[in-house]
Design a protein around this ligand. Structure first.
Ligand SMILES: [Fe+2]
Ligand SMILES: [Fe+2]
Length: 152
């Protein structure tokens, strides 16, 4: 019998996955300029990965007789590319913390299948934070702000 706590962790993770999948997809659509053109494909790729995470977690939750949430955590869109990347890096950091806690909860009650699923997703979140962190290296605010070229 799965604890309420673990079911809650799975739903928290689903809410977060829904948030970031929409967030990254909209960032993919909304980024502008040359630097935006370079990274928009990366946003899209990670958005799709997050949607697959939501699906896998929902499948597991359903198997455990839980009901997957349809409500995402608050979605952050807009702003400069620098702001987007900082937000995304922060969100990945929080996801990593959440998955680590959920893994401990799953292990504690001997649910090794859920634990393995969470560990697989955690490993992917670590690649995401690495990607966002690398994109942030050397970025400065003026580079991403409109009008810096003096055109406006
Ligand atoms: Fe994810
Ligand atoms: Fe992620």
């Amino acid at each position: 019998m799965t604890s309420e706590k673990l079911l809650e962790f799975l739903n928290k993770a689903i809410a977060r996955e829904l948030q970031v999948s929409i967030q990254y997809m909209w960032q993919h659509i909304q980024v502008t300029s040359l630097d935006g053109a370079v990274v928009e494909g990366i946003f899209r790729q990670i958005a799709i990965a997050e949607m697959k995470h939501a699906e896998r977690l929902a499948e597991r939750l359903d198997y455990l007789d839980g009901v997957p949430t349809v409500t995402p955590d608050p979605i952050f869109v807009g702003g400069s590319l620098l702001e987007m990347l900082k937000q995304d890096e922060h969100d990945e950091e929080e996801s990593i913390l959440l998955y680590k806690q959920a893994i401990q909860a799953a292990a504690k009650e001997g649910d090794y299948t859920t634990r393995r699923l969470l560990e697989e997703i955690l490993a992917e979140e670590e690649t995401h934070i690495n990607t966002f962190g690398k994109l942030l290296v050397g970025m400065t605010e003026p580079f991403t702000q409109p009008g810096i070229s003096g055109v406006e």
